[in-house]
Design a protein around this ligand. Structure first.
Ligand SMILES: Cc1cc2nc3c(=O)[nH]c(=O)nc-3n(C[C@H](O)[C@H](O)[C@H](O)COP(=O)(O)OP(=O)(O)OC[C@H]3O[C@@H](n4cnc5c(N)ncnc54)[C@H](O)[C@@H]3O)c2cc1C
Length: 578
């Protein structure tokens, strides 16, 4: 088995992974750093897919306090306030770094200042963007600059499969990796591992994230003993493109379409938002619009593909082409002309607010293990604001890189536990030895449907209980999947690993959703359609405990701001669209 030593191993090459690499290297160019991505380095993950832009305070009339308040309000006041404060106060430094050190060009005003546009839930227009495809600008520059750094090694299509402890089980000493192209295992011995694999919203039947993502980072951190926070908080974007059986199904049409005056219709031609949020209509918040669309579809007022329609044609063809060229192109790929006709869309699994509990330096609590970006939780509370996602991955990626570079100077190289390596390799190869067993692709479809119907936009105790039981069964079934053929590029084999990870994380989502018997942000319970501030200013924490997660519930720490300072005194708020 191939063995490689490095100082820092970074899993994932999105905003979090690449920023971590840059910062660790800049702090200490002598370090040997490996960036390994399951996809292609700098061409995979969701940071590249960022459309709308990056929230950051730049204008003198704006302030980090305002950005902080917007973030807490969006998050239903259950955010980790230290992390949210870190996000808003570091973001200006990171955008400056992106422009002046990485070479990004963002759109500008005629006077040369950076253009900032409006995004939902913000009290000031603070979203920096490059047209409507901002992520490509960010990731291309981060990748180009990475290749200029000699001490950084980039591995394409090498996935992390399990974190490895040292012999004493005291610290992370590396990671077992699997090269997709050759099917060979690699043991990487690292002084520190930074996990930035971008979460697992992809486990839903309709989902926006890049296809290779499968909650891998979260699952390996869970099995290594990391603690998780508020796993029930899964965000659904209201306008995922419907594209029949195409792989593009669920890809996001950006929020700016609604912001610019786009209309949403059900199959009866009604602007249904009038029944859910008559004041704000389509400009209502992401969670409410997504839930409203879902309810229309469930009530039988959906389109042929089980969606609703978005229309921007009334804004004028020229305007649509000027403002949304990327979105027009995306719709063209499914044979639709967004500038003149309505397009079928559906809510789509988008972003996981829950994740690994970290401190503001991305330390997971396990020596040697740092987590950043979408794999980490607590920053966004119950709902992320559009534009705060890429800010999160760059801010905390940079911090993870800084902290890991500092950490590795203080510790000695650890030997990985050989017994652990052998056990993991055997387990991962097991599907080749099974005589009979299920097809992992079928299992993934089943998982997507289960999560969508029972742990999705509208939840209730009964369905969640069913989901918890079925997920437990699926965890057993996935261990009996059978695959055949060689190991190189064996997608069925990788799907077994994907499903295993997604089931593990899906189970935590369902359990936490069942426990939180109220509605808050993206978590909506039709049997508890109130935001219960009297009882639920709380966070739900989970860790692995044998075959099941153990749970504890703690009061939110209001370290910077009390709810009454932000929201007034209301203790129980009825959630609309119920
Ligand atoms: C369509 C879309 C549009 C969005 N638009 C916006 C927006 O306008 N503004 C905003 O703020 N946010 C937006 N977001 C959210 C934003 O993309 C995320 O918040 C953020 O980019 C996540 O960054 P990350 O670095 O954590 O993960 P990602 O950028 O997703 O990167 C994950 C990386 O991990 C790799 N990986 C996965 N599994 C493994 C493994 N087992 N081993 C090794 N590598 C692995 C992947 O290949 C990839 O390289 C959008 C998301 C989507 C899906």
């Amino acid at each position: 088995m191939e063995r490689v030593q490095c100082d820092i191993l970074i899993l994932g090459s999105g905003g979090a992974g690449l920023f971590a690499a840059h910062h660790a290297y800049d702090l200490n160019p002598k370090l040997k750093i490996i960036v390994a991505a399951k996809g292609l380095v700098g061409k995979s993950g969701c940071t590249r897919m960022v459309q709308g832009g990056y929230n950051v305070v730049l204008h003198p009339n704006d302030s980090v306090e305002l950005h902080f308040k917007d973030t807490l309000k969006g998050g239903g006041m259950i955010n980790n306030q230290e992390l949210a404060w870190t996000l808003v106060s570091d973001a200006p430094k990171r955008i400056l770094e992106l422009e002046t050190r990485m070479g990004c060009f963002f759109d500008r005003n005629p006077d040369g200042t950076v253009h900032q546009k409006a995004f939902a839930g913000q009290s000031f227009d603070r979203t920096v963007h490059r047209g409507d495809l901002t992520g490509i600008e960010i990731i291309n520059r981060l990748r180009d600059q990475l290749y200029a750094k000699e001490g950084v090694i980039a591995w394409d299509e090498v996935r992390a499969v399990e974190l490895l402890y040292n012999d004493d089980n005291q610290a992370i000493a590396g990671c077992l990796m699997l090269n997709l192209r050759t099917g060979q295992f690699i043991v990487v011995e690292a002084l520190a591992v930074i996990v930035g694999t971008g979460g697992g919203a992809s486990m839903y039947k309709i989902a926006a994230p890049s296809l290779e993502k499968a909650a891998d980072g979260m699952a390996i951190a869970y099995r290594a003993g990391a603690e998780f926070v508020d796993m029930e908080m899964m965000q659904f974007h209201p306008t995922g493109l419907l594209a029949e059986n195409s792989r593009m199904n669920g890809g996001v049409l950006e929020e700016g379409l609604r912001g610019a005056g786009g209309h949403l219709y059900n199959s009866l031609g009604e602007r249904f938002m009038a029944n859910y949020d008559p004041e704000r209509m389509e400009r209502s918040t992401r969670d409410r619009v997504a839930r409203a669309a879902y309810m229309e579809i469930m009530a039988g007022r959906g389109t042929r593909l089980d969606g609703v329609l978005i229309s921007v044609a009334h804004l004028g063809r020229k305007n649509v082409l000027r403002m949304f060229p990327g979105m027009v192109d995306r719709c063209k790929d499914v044979g639709k002309d967004l500038s003149v006709e309505p397009v079928e869309v559906s809510p789509t699994g988008h972003f996981h607010m829950g994740g690994v509990r970290i401190n503001k330096d991305c330390f997971s609590g396990i020596p040697g293990l740092f987590v950043s970006g979408e794999d980490a939780g607590g920053i966004h509370g119950a709902n992320r604001l559009g534009g705060n996602g890429v800010a999160d991955s760059t801010v905390f990626g940079a911090r993870a890189g800084d902290a890991a570079a500092e950490y590795v100077t203080q510790i000695k190289r650890q030997k990985v536990s050989e017994s652990q390596v052998n056990r993991f390799v055997q387990e991962i190869l097991q599907p080749f030895n099974n005589e009979t067993g299920e097809n992992p692709f079928d299992l993934r479809k089943e998982l997507g449907k289960l999560m969508w119907e029972k742990v999705g936009l509208v939840r209730n105790g009964q369905d969640l209980k069913i989901a918890i039981d079925r997920l437990e069964e699926m965890a057993e079934r996935v261990s009996h999947c059978k695959v055949s053929g060689g190991k190189a590029y064996n997608l069925a084999w990788h799907e077994v690993l994907n499903v295993k990870n997604m089931v593990e994380i899906g189970r935590m989502i369902a359990l936490a959703a069942y426990t939180r018997n109220e509605s808050r942000g993206s978590h909506y319970r039709s049997d508890y359609a109130i935001t219960d501030n009297e009882n639920w200013y709380k966070n739900i924490y989970m860790t692995q405990n044998g075959a099941k997660p153990a749970m504890k519930i703690e009061e939110v720490q209001f370290t910077h701001m009390l709810p009454e300072e932000l929201l007034g005194q209301t203790a129980r708020i009825k959630v609309e669209a119920s």
